[in-house]
Design a protein around this ligand. Sequence first.
Ligand code: GLA
Length: 694
Amino acid sequence: MSSSFFFRAILGFVLMLSAAAQTVAPASTSIPTQIPGQNAILMGAAWYPEQWPEARWEEDLRLMEASGLKVVRVAEFAWSRMEPSEGHYDFDWLERAINLAGKHHIVSVLGTPTATPPAWLTQKYPDTLRVEHDGQRVTHGNRAHASASSPRYRELCRGIAEKMAERFGHNPNVVGWQIDNEYGYALMSYDEGTRQQFQDWLQAKYKTLDNLNAHWTTAYWSQTYDNWREIPIPVGGHNPGLMLEWKRFVTYIWTGYQQNQIDAIRKYADARQFITGNLMGFFDGFDHYPITEALTFASWDDYVGTGHVDPAYNGLAHDLTRGFKRQNFWVMETQPGAVNWSSLNNFLNRGEARAMAWQAVGHGADDVNYWQWRSALNGQEEIHGVLVGPDGTPVPFLDEVSQTAHEFAKVEESFRGTTPVSQVALLYSYDSHWAIQFQKHTEKYDDIAVLKSYYRALRQIAQSVDVVSAYAPLAGYKLVAAPSLNVLPKDLADHLLDYVRNGGHLVLGTRSGMKDEFNALLPQRQPGFLVDALGARVEQYYALEKNVPVSGAWGSGEASVWAEQLKSQAPADEVLLQYGKSNGWLDGQPAVITRAYGKGRITYVGALLDDKLMSAAAAWMTEKSGVTPVFGPVPEGVEVSRRLGEGKQVYILINYSAEAQRVTLPHAMNLALEGKRGDGVELAPYGVAVAVDK
Ligand code: GLA
């Protein structure tokens, strides 16, 4: 049976169960990513007026307006132009640029310029420069060279942010703010002051050294600390408890660094101006859930680099970003054809960027901005992709951007007040991700790839999946899967059990429930505090040298990379998959166990399954949990997304396959791009359709 036939069969079955997809509309039609007075979905570019003579600006903006661009992000690297010498500010040029953009119906997002402090600043205050872990201070002239933990640097950041907010906080053309740029990639300074802050932070958390020593088992290798000042910043491999706390401290530093600027802006800015930060998908420098808490909404920079868009991975990264605050988001930057920083900076195929822009919208983006409008004639990114060449005239790619921007404008109203709504959630945890990274056990275990294998299989059936923090409210989901929830302390176990007791279906994947919040082993063995509810535990885990056969209720196939030998301890347990002949230990042992618990169900999947088995697993999980697809069958290679609003459902269909595809709609809908009604669409390769059902 081919896998596409398999999917269609499953999908058909699920559809039969429920022809009408769920229609729980979002509570409110006003969402912070949609700016009052502006189109519901927008397109824009990063623009650097400070790099060009003022006489040129008008032409830039005229071209942008003609291309349908409605947003510029400005100033995020312009500190030396805004404060040319200490305490002397020059915002007149920026105000003229912003107001001129306004005349062209283009709104501005102001970036605080703290990723690039000026030379006078780092020269006068060398302590603002980061110290690398080899003790070297970084030199001026790149970016992200300042120390986020330096009190003096924070004071200087606050200064420039306040002055900007004083000047632009009421400017009607400024719709919002971006803090810093990509948060200095979360790079830290390893100076003495930072080390002391880390030690103080540990003291505030653990209160006594006895407590810390106990949780980190410092009796091991004579690590016992008698004085807070003895505790090092971990460099390279170290005590897993210390390493996890360092990551949390890094999160604390960047959250505080961000809050310092948010406070400065909020002091002056109109409440209508949003504050966001441009994150980077699965970048793991800090925990994104606390970082995004203080933001109006999350944004991210969506780059492909080498190769071409992988719709499943890119969709997953969008859904991760949407899950940070469980609401729509912006794509603050995306690739204008090619980048300059990858191993091979190939160009996206014609039509691919348009497909990507629509995919972003399908997954909940309300704005897509290209980085950048025009390349600076010199500087580190001279040969990055752009929309306008060094001569100031459009590159061929601008046509595609312009087409997409005009499409956004044409159908924007359909998207007002809409957002993706899912019945399935995947849980993501930075603690678990880091704990696995620190002790991979096999270099082949990639928890993001594991997440993606669940995502691909579940999304193919449900056609909408949320990715949320393990601590997020779960009551609204029919199915919750936690593919690698390694760190699973008691409070989190209680939260998950609550969900299951009330009727939810929780699926735990490999390596789940092994550690407590201190990254110490749970003596219950996996899945720790959930062993009793599952009625089973992991007897032994194995990093695999070669694939292991598995078979059972989901069919037969192979497990790779990781296999856990489960043991049932309760009669009500059901074994769904068993290992075949392998290393002797695994032979004939349970690989997947499920058990009804409370009003719900808990399932443990102890192996990484091949794609076909994963699809069968997803079919079983969704069927068992009553999950229904949001649209219905689509040909292989076509992605469907749905945004839900009051009284309307908007579907975005994108063909990523190399052949033209025909999609039959469940019933006649408005085909918004074509401006007609129909019950089917023809999609060329990279073709897009927007179907509005109301
Ligand atoms: C990042 C940065 C931008 C630019 C682009 C280039 O996303 O935020 O300033 O350097 O990469 O791809």
